[in-house]
Design a protein around this ligand. Structure first.
Ligand SMILES: [Zn+2]
Ligand SMILES: [Zn+2]
Length: 251
């Protein structure tokens, strides 16, 4: 099997995230990702996958692979990335997450508008659910639901004080079957090793971009046979020659 190196930014927000800029549209994200030489992006909006279909369609035929993702906020207020090959699996997780969101409506003025767009950047819907809030599912439940749907579960930006497993709990339980942890572009990978449960897990770097010029500021390079979540899982487990071959982080 021929392995190739793929440059992946596995944590990208769109204009659906209330904190995401309007410029994070399907056409805008795909064009910028291609311009900076990315092979794979994962669209991970807060508690929703509603912009994955539009961004995937916008990338059709361009060579850019769009992984169906979501950044789920657990009851502990920790963020967990969910990555899927199958868009239906991401939408199935979205249903579970919507059923478990804390009640409330988004405040456009306070948090920002939540725009669902199609592949032509046409507005399809303004989402009113309170996506910026947490779900009522604890981290074990979230990871279990992601795995039950065939996805990868990665703890977001563990170096951050807010909305991270380490920031909220100070450790990662040995019983929590995460597939990896993410250290942000500004984080210190070595400094994270002192926290219980981190050293057993593979580390990825990604941008957590909420605006275009942040896209790709941290990426992970993977050696894969093809750009799929199935192959990413092998790389995270370092099996069949698949591996993380490095990170690239803007200074
Ligand atoms: Zn986050
Ligand atoms: Zn994020």
């Amino acid at each position: 099997m021929n392995l190739k190196t793929f440059r992946a930014d596995l944590h990208v927000h769109s204009c659906l995230s209330p904190c995401g800029e309007f410029e994070m549209t399907p056409v805008g994200i795909v064009a910028f990702a291609l311009e900076i030489g990315l092979d794979i992006i994962a669209v991970c909006d807060h508690n929703s996958a509603a912009n994955v279909p539009g961004i995937r369609k916008a990338a059709l035929g361009t060579g850019l692979v769009v992984i169906a993702g979501m950044e789920v906020a657990t009851a502990e207020e920790a963020h967990i990335l969910a990555l899927f090959d199958d868009i239906q699996a991401a939408l199935a997780l979205q249903k579970i997450v919507y059923d478990n969101l804390l009640p409330g409506e988004n405040d456009d003025d306070l948090f920002g508008m939540q725009i669902v767009a199609n592949e032509l950047d046409e507005v399809e819907k303004i989402e009113q659910r309170l996506l910026i809030g947490s779900t009522m599912m604890d981290v074990d439940t979230v990871v279990r639901e992601i795995h039950a749907l065939g996805g990868l579960a990665i703890a977001s930006h563990i170096d951050r004080q807010s909305n991270s497993l380490i920031g909220q709990l100070g450790m990662i339980s040995d019983d929590l079957p995460l597939d990896a942890v993410e250290v942000s572009y500004s984080g210190d990978v070595d400094a994270m090793q002192v926290y219980p449960g981190v050293s057993r897990l593979p580390i990825i770097r990604s941008s957590d971009a909420h605006q275009l010029d942040a896209l790709g500021r941290a990426i992970t390079k993977f050696r894969l046979a093809e750009p799929t979540v199935v192959e990413l899982r092998k790389a995270l487990q370092a099996t069949d020659g698949r591996e993380i071959s490095g990170w690239s982080v803007a200074s």
